[in-house]
Design a binder for this molecule. Structure first.
Ligand code: ADP
Ligand code: F6P
Length: 319
């Protein structure tokens, strides 16, 4: 393999740039030509492919977002779209593709591999919802964004003796909610993976106030429902003045943390190694601090498992 392309797809994640840098630098180190595709699979079909040099990825390791831009493309889901994408790659003599994204993007990478074009995936999403890796690139940064925001909310919550519901992202996964709940000392965390009776939430709130707590913070994963609705219900039922903050896309931006930059660098370099070893249709990951690899087909057929020991710990510490 002499020429490899890289693209970013789906929701962006802080650390994607560090992963692009690692792919480009490790590829060139190995004597390859590396090409960057703009705007994900849509850009691939449109032939937006340019050769990258060492300097193309200078000064980006610390930047959020993705210098290659991201996109969501319905057209690429069709056989014709995928064939067109492969045609564009072959036109430039490119023989392998590295896809940075989440499970949707990996489905696209798998489709191309099944059509004879070797792809490798790097898990990049703030949701941390990909099996076969303990962490995805972007999760740690988003977690720290939530932690900082919730600390600020706690200040004003205390001043006004209010209850706060903070709705966080995560799509169908509760990782961001659970980890931030633990990190922020929240009263309750409500996640899709666990059916928490509403009465328990209310009970904990009342108990907290009875022992003199000046504020209460509840972290709600977006996959469960609306924070606004929950806030109204809490105010009516618990009789506590309640405010709601929906953190939204602020969670997707910002400088990647050191951990995300290191993870992205390790996974990016490993993706190059896999393609050079002739491995295709694989995803690179990190498990127990070791770099690992799994077939994308296996990853897509498995559910994401949240570490429920953290949920138990949360319950023990928020009594
Ligand atoms: P993420 O990768 O973050 O999960 P999406 O689910 O939006 O994001 O997927 C990103 C892109 O991957 C889609 O816009 C589409 O181009 C491609 N993709 C998703 N599902 C498929 C599919 N079933 N077949 C081919 N491509 C797909
Ligand atoms: O997958 C990342 C994510 O930020 C999810 O947490 C969220 O549900 C979704 O993307 C939001 O997507 P959009 O950028 O299309 O609003």
């Amino acid at each position: 393999m002499k020429k490899i392309a890289v693209l970013t797809s789906g929701g962006d994640a802080p650390g994607m740039n560090a992963a692009i840098r690692a792919v480009v630098r490790k590829g060139i180190y190995q004597g390859l030509e590396i090409y960057g595709v703009s705007n994900g699979f849509q850009g691939l079909m449109d032939g937006k492919i340019e050769k990258m040099e060492l300097g193309s990825v200078g000064d980006i390791i610390q930047r959020g977002g993705t210098i290659l831009f991201s996109a969501r493309s319905e057209e690429f889901k069709t056989d014709q779209g995928q064939e067109l994408a492969i045609k564009q790659l072959k036109k430039l003599g490119i023989e392998g593709l590295i896809v940075l994204g989440g499970d949707g993007s990996f489905t696209g990478a798998l489709k191309l591999t099944e059509k004879g074009f070797p792809c490798v995936g790097i898990p990049c999403t703030i949701d941390n919802d990909i099996p076969g890796t303990d962490f995805t690139v972007g999760f740690d940064t988003a977690l720290n964004t939530i932690v900082e925001a919730a600390d600020k909310i706690r200040d004003t919550a205390t001043s006004h003796e209010r209850t706060y519901v903070i709705e966080v992202m995560g799509r169908d996964a509760g990782d961001l909610a659970l980890w931030s709940g633990l990190a922020n000392g929240a009263e309750s965390v409500i996640i899709p993976e666990r059916d928490e009776p509403f009465e328990n939430v209310i009970e904990r709130l009342k108990r907290g106030r009875a022992r003199g707590k000046k504020h209460s913070i509840i972290i709600l994963a977006e996959g469960v429902g609306s924070g606004i609705e929950l806030g109204k219900r809490i105010e009516e039922t618990a009789g506590q003045e309640t405010r709601v903050t929906v953190l939204g896309h602020i969670q997707r931006g910002g400088q990647p943390t050191g951990s995300d930059r290191v993870l992205a660098s390790r996974l990016g370099a490993k993706a190059i190694d896999l393609l050079l070893n002739g491995e295709e249709g694989m995803m690179v990951g990190i498990e127990a601090n070791q770099l690992t690899q799994h077939k994308i087909a296996d990853i897509l057929s498995k559910p994401h498992n949240l570490d429920m020991s953290l949920y138990k710990l949360m319950g023990e510490l928020s009594i």
